[in-house]
Design a protein around this ligand. Structure first.
Ligand code: ZN
Length: 174
């Protein structure tokens, strides 16, 4: 069963479309959804692989056109190439402005949109409600309980160290 986006997810996504660096608290203020819910929904959208990253938007017009020093020029070209590559991942029109791009995304993300979930252990499709393993701020999704326990056993060491690191970090945050 794919994960369906509901109104809450859509509001959160629309809010971070304006500025991907907003804090969970700020998204909460914008949307009226509580901060823990914003955090949980955001993390789930990351965990299912729908939010792939939060990236800066550059304005290359602002770069002095007479950058003739070769080193600067090469670095600028590398930066541009990386942006082009990112745009290809998003499959959006290269010539579209940021505003148009955001409108396109707004159109695509809508209530009831379903995200396919693939089992994190056997890579098979997940039919029905996924079995979820949660540790730190990470969630893994499985087609059945035996895939879930297979995964937990296989990655026990890694999961434990992620948990420990996360707990240490949350203490620092407080
Ligand atoms: Zn499986």
């Amino acid at each position: 069963m794919p994960l369906s986006l509901d109104e809450t997810d859509i509001s959160i996504l629309n809010s971070i479309l304006e500025d991907g660096r907003k804090s969970f608290r700020q998204v909460s203020r914008d949307t009226g959804i509580t901060t823990p819910t914003v955090k949980a929904r955001y993390e789930r959208l990351v965990n299912v692989g729908f939010i792939k990253g939060v990236l800066p938007v550059f304005d290359f017009e602002k770069i002095e056109s007479d950058v003739r020093e070769e080193k600067n020029f090469i670095q600028l070209e590398i930066l541009k190439e990386n942006v082009r590559r990112r745009k290809n991942i998003n499959k959006s029109n290269q010539n579209s402005t940021l505003k148009e791009e955001i409108q396109e995304i707004r159109k695509k993300i809508s209530n009831g949109l379903a995200i396919n979930i693939i089992c994190d252990y056997c890579d098979g499709p997940v039919f029905g409600k996924p079995k979820i393993l949660k540790f730190a701020n990470i969630e893994r999704f499985f087609c059945c309980t035996s895939c879930k326990s297979g995964y937990s056993q296989k990655y026990r060491g890694r999961i434990e160290s992620i948990k420990k690191r996360y707990e240490g970090k949350s203490e620092l945050d407080e």
